[in-house]
Design a protein around this ligand. Structure first.
Ligand code: SF4
Ligand code: FES
Length: 373
């Protein structure tokens, strides 16, 4: 693999099963049923092969990874290989005994998501009122001796509550809070009209973020994930296609990012049929947009092409049907009007409270699942 970038992170999506139904879920719109999931031995092989490939960190995700009874076995395998492990969880199902057994197996950290600062806001976005369970999970994580990292996805319906959301995380003892402005693909794209904030809403939220970041310095780290629709240039998504990390989905398909499953023009390889080294280095899907040779204009002749790599392939596909086009977020993209049109609609009625959009029209991630392929 001379000259080939090596991945340092593996996102192990061990299941799509989840007690929540978030309207911006990054899982594909079609979900896998339990019976098509990789078994324990498959995952152990994937973990071993990822370590050989250079991976240093394994993030267990889903769905809700806690629904897998073999999570401790997978975490222990990582520990044996010297890999750092992180659990990305909704907190539902995290009992004290489960947290203890995961720590015993070697779990290094946990990231707990919340949807808002109340049971009502949780119910609106995730169709679950179990906000109390999240508070209990935060306590359980801390009592188990793990650092408490938290995450909240921000959008039109909760941005105005940013101060209160931060207060919740402070009172629960979070050491780090990721404020992730919604990225619009998959379920979030379906709900974009209701989730995309207005410019003035966003400006106020940025002011809150900056004030609280200064105030909490040394106590809790705040991280602001940019709302890319409002940026002139796209994000350097995943550090470039197949450069720094890979995702293995519940059925064993491997992807350069967690959303790439939506790109139906690529044939993604499976760990059931290929080893990870071939998948990473040789598979046509992973090679498709690696580097800069694939780029069309305007990226091909742009001075930023090594900075943002032409933006996000999943977003290009979601908005134009062609993953090889310039990310429409870019002001130079011939498709930029697609982003501008939605921003115009989002700013037509300026404040969330005055929006004509009805939150009852939100499409929640489906509780039912289907088998594919
Ligand atoms: Fe980035 Fe391409 Fe836009 Fe240049 S033209 S800023 S490389 S997306
Ligand atoms: Fe897949 Fe950006 S989310 S490349």
């Amino acid at each position: 693999m001379t000259g080939m970038p090596r991945p340092f992170g593996l996102l192990a999506e061990v299941t799509h099963q989840c007690p929540l139904h978030c309207v911006y879920c990054s899982n594909p719109v079609e979900l896998f049923e339990r019976g098509s999931e990789l078994g324990t031995d498959d995952w152990l092989r994937v973990i071993r092969q990822s370590a050989e490939l250079g991976v240093l960190q394994v993030h267990f995700s889903g769905g809700e990874p806690l629904v897998r009874g073999d999570l401790e076995t997978l975490v222990a395998e990582c520990r044996g290989l010297g890999l750092y492990t992180n659990l990305i969880t909704s907190g539902l199902g995290l009992t004290e005994s489960r947290a203890a057994s995961l720590v015993e197996a070697g779990l290094n950290s946990a990231q707990l998501s919340i949807q808002g600062d109340t049971a009502e806001s949780t119910n609106l976005v995730a169709a679950s009122k179990r906000f109390d369970k999240k508070e209990a999970a935060a306590r359980t994580i801390r009592d188990a001796g793990l650092p408490l990292n938290m995450n909240v996805v921000l959008h039109r319906l909760n941005l105005d509550r940013l101060d209160a959301i931060i207060d919740v995380c402070v009172s629960w003892g979070a050491e780090r809070l990721e404020l992730a402005n919604t990225q619009y693909y998959g379920w979030a794209l379906r709900n974009r009209e209701l989730l995309l904030p207005s410019r003035s809403q966003l400006d106020e939220a940025v002011a809150v973020y900056e004030r609280r970041k200064a105030e909490l310095a040394g106590r809790m780290e705040l991280l602001w994930i940019l709302p890319d629709y409002y940026e002139p240039y796209p994000k350097p998504c995943m550090g470039g296609w197949a450069q720094t990390a890979l995702t293995v989905a519940p059925d064993g398909r491997a992807y350069p990012c967690p959303v790439a499953e939506e790109i139906t023009t690529l044939d993604f390889p499976s760990v059931r049929e290929h080893d990870l080294e071939w998948i990473w280095a040789e598979s046509p899907a992973f090679r498709a947009y690696r580097g800069t040779d694939w780029m069309p204009d305007p990226c091909r002749s742009c001075s930023r092409k090594e900075l943002d790599f032409g933006g996000c392939r999943c977003q290009a596909f979601a908005l134009t049907g062609d993953a090889g086009r310039t990310d429409p977020v870019c002001i130079h993209s011939p498709d930029h009007h697609l982003v501008e049109d939605s921003l115009a609609r989002a700013n037509g009625s300026d404040r969330a409270g005055e929006s004509t959009a009805d939150p009852q029209q939100l499409v929640h991630r489906r509780p039912t699942v289907s088998a594919r392929r």
